[in-house]
Ligand binder design. Structure first.
Ligand code: PMT
Length: 224
């Protein structure tokens, strides 16, 4: 059994997809099941942390955390995160946030017409993690990168651009990695340029490993 080594710590976790509504019956989203983020939330709570879990729509049972904050869209997720981040010493951003949303949401179901297919106009959603990276403070910021090519280059660019302490890069094209599976295969990229590939492991085991990494970064920081 692990010790309650996160006692006294508040951990903010985001999980799952966001949904961007097109009309009352349709939306844009992605394949995130919430499993990765929920595993982190559950592991942190088991290790004694007060966990704030901001979750997009998932089919998973609610883990035993201090606060469960359900959201639907990226804008709602941003507002929930910004409202609560001040309480957190560690943030894990496992959610798969839609980068774009429809400019307009139709009030009624869009009907098939005889004419041309409708064009869906999109606009950018806020980048929540980039906004978190701009906040001052000693809070640890751990992001994820879901990539289909150039894993290290793309993840390294996100680590830098979003001012993160650590980024967890998963190649979501690999079997046993990424969306809606029980395991993950990730490469950890650190601020000092190091990177480390971890073997395939359950999302629960990876969650504990990421919490260990966060504690180690915190320890190194406090030693200056
Ligand atoms: O939920 P599962 O089915 O278990 O799948 C797990 C996972 C594949 C979703 C997870 O491991 C993962 O990779 N999560 C991040 C997915 C993602 O959106 O990656 P990205 O490379 O597009 O974004 C990079 C980082 O910025 C992420 O931490 C993301 O939360 C954050 N982001 C992205 C866009 C945006 N508008 N706001 C953000 O905060």
């Amino acid at each position: 059994l692990r010790p309650a080594d996160l006692a006294g710590e508040t951990v903010l976790v985001t999980a799952g997809p966001t949904r961007e509504e097109i009309d009352p019956v349709r939306y844009i989203s992605n394949y995130s099941s919430g499993k990765m983020g929920y595993a982190i939330a559950a592991a942190a709570a088991r290790r004694g942390a007060r966990v704030l879990l901001v979750s997009g729509p998932t089919c998973l049972p609610r883990p035993a955390v201090a606060e469960f904050i359900p959201v639907t869209s990226a804008v709602e997720m941003r507002d929930a995160v910004m409202n609560r981040v001040g309480e957190a010493g560690m943030v894990f951003k496992a959610a798969a946030v839609a980068d774009y949303r429809p400019i307009r949401r139709a009030e009624r179901k869009i009907k098939k017409g005889a004419g041309e297919a409708p064009l869906l106009e999109l606009e950018r959603n806020p980048d929540i993690l980039a906004e978190l990276g701009e906040l001052n403070g000693s809070r640890l910021l751990i992001g994820f990168a879901a990539e289909t090519d150039q894993l290290v280059a793309h993840a390294a660019a996100k680590l830098k651009a979003k001012n993160l302490d650590l980024i967890v890069a998963n190649d979501v094209t690999r079997e046993g990695a990424g969306f809606d599976v029980e395991t993950n295969i990730v490469r950890l990229l650190y601020r000092d340029g190091r990177n480390l590939e971890l073997p395939q492991m359950s999302k629960t085991a990876l969650a504990d490993r990421l919490l260990d990494e966060a504690l180690e970064i915190k320890r190194q920081r406090s030693e200056g």
